[in-house]
Design a protein around this ligand. Structure first.
Ligand code: COA
Length: 158
């Protein structure tokens, strides 16, 4: 599978099972970053929230991005790609889509929170994000260990 065979589309409630399969496969429980199905289901109907799903050529889910806009700001809440599809540009496609959608939804500023040390920071930097803050002990891992979150931001225009 190459990134140009990947289909990236807006998704909804009916796709929550697919989202959870990617969530469980991709996030390491050691870090406490993943969301539960009820957390996702509770957020999706809220105003300004949107979900985008990446699928392969036969429709199997590869990754997703969950985001929301509030008052001219868009936040990337979650981004994940299943392990077997990582490092092939799927995350990159989802980021491009988040940035495009956010602009179309009227956001002028983009931000996200990410665990300090997460490899995703490389992807976010590639898309023009830089660090604007730190929340100490924001994530709580499976063994009770705490991890800082970094807040990264950029404007909608590159
Ligand atoms: C972060 C994540 C979504 C990236 O998805 P992906 O499809 O592998 O990303 P891409 O293939 O588009 O990678 C784009 C770039 O991001 C960086 N990157 C992504 N994963 C990386 C890794 N494991 N190590 C180092 N750099 C990485 C690299 O710069 C990469 O470019 P390259 O492959 O040309 O070096 C994926 O690793 C993931 O699901 N991780 C677990 C969930 C998570 O932590 N999400 C982020 C917090 S919400």
């Amino acid at each position: 599978m190459s990134a140009d065979q990947v289909i990236v589309e807006e998704a909804g409630f009916a796709d929550l099972d697919a989202v959870m399969r990617v969530m469980i496969d991709s996030f390491d429980p050691a870090f406490g970053e993943a969301w539960t199905a009820p957390q996702c289901a509770g957020l999706l109907p809220l105003p300004g929230v949107w979900l985008v799903l990446a699928r392969d050529g036969v429709g199997a889910p590869l990754g997703f991005a969950l985001s929301r806009t509030v008052a001219g700001e868009a936040e990337l809440l979650l981004l994940a790609v299943k392990k077997s599809a990582q490092r092939r540009g799927v995350g990159d496609r989802l980021m491009q889509r988040f940035i495009r959608d956010a602009g179309e939804r009227g956001a002028e500023r983009l931000h996200l929170e990410v665990r300090d040390g997460n490899q995703a920071i490389g992807l976010y930097r590639r898309h023009g994000f830089s660090e604007v803050g730190r929340r100490r002990n924001y994530y709580s891992g499976a063994s009770g260990q705490r991890f800082d979150a970094l807040t990264l931001a950029r404007s909608t225009k590159a």
